[in-house]
Design a protein around this ligand. Sequence first.
Ligand SMILES: C[S@@+](CC[C@H](N)C(=O)[O-])C[C@H]1O[C@@H](n2cnc3c(N)ncnc32)[C@H](O)[C@@H]1O
Length: 241
Amino acid sequence: MTIPEPARVGFGAGADAYARGRPSYPADAVAYVLSKVSGTVLDLAAGTGIFTSLLTPHREVIAVEPVESMRAKITDAARVLDGTAESIPLDDSSVDAVTVAQAFHWFRFDEALAEIARVLRPAGSLVMLWNRRDESVPWVNRMSEVINWRSHQISQYDRIDWAAVIAESGRYGEVEHRSFSWEHVIDRGLLAERVRSVSYVAAMDHAEREALVTEVLSLAADFPETFPMPYNTLVWCTTRS
Ligand SMILES: C[S@@+](CC[C@H](N)C(=O)[O-])C[C@H]1O[C@@H](n2cnc3c(N)ncnc32)[C@H](O)[C@@H]1O
């Protein structure tokens, strides 16, 4: 089972920064996802379990994550398994829903959609979501420029037509899309960890990474002790045909 090298290196090295620096997901987006998933839910590419832990109070959750240092931080799922989206260690038609938070862009789309369809029961749900920094706010846009965000292929997930990708697989029905705006209140320490948690930044050597952190922190030099990082949570839902 293989995953892209930048994911293996970046998430492997950055699991602690990831767990500290990444935001959770807003209550209205979580409520919307819960309205779409029932029964046993597979949280695929669960990382350190940030999204998993929003599901576990409400559903039986199986977490699958390939990077050991990320997986080790998942504490509350019914089962935690090593696996990838292209090779899921579950039987055919064994789950009622699959969620993929902040991760589908890492997958080989067609292989993953076929494998998800295999483990989903007929009419089971697939939900994909991403927290996207709101770059319409100037300092957030400048942060993206400083960390060279848009020059990395992995940052293109908000420019991909996910409805078309899902339709091309021929295994799913209609796609519903919703967006939720919200703010993560952070301080400079969390902003630094947010930068260090970006996969390709986590994979840099220490000096290069900390130079980027310093430059991003300079954008917040005049901010109060705590300040909002604006996000949009983008959600796509469909069901297995
Ligand atoms: C940005 S993290 C998201 C983690 C978590 N879902 C969350 O919401 O915080 C992306 C995760 O995708 C995982 N990943 C990358 N490629 C994958 C693949 N092909 N199959 C399964 N997981 C993969 C990485 O190991 C990483 O934990």
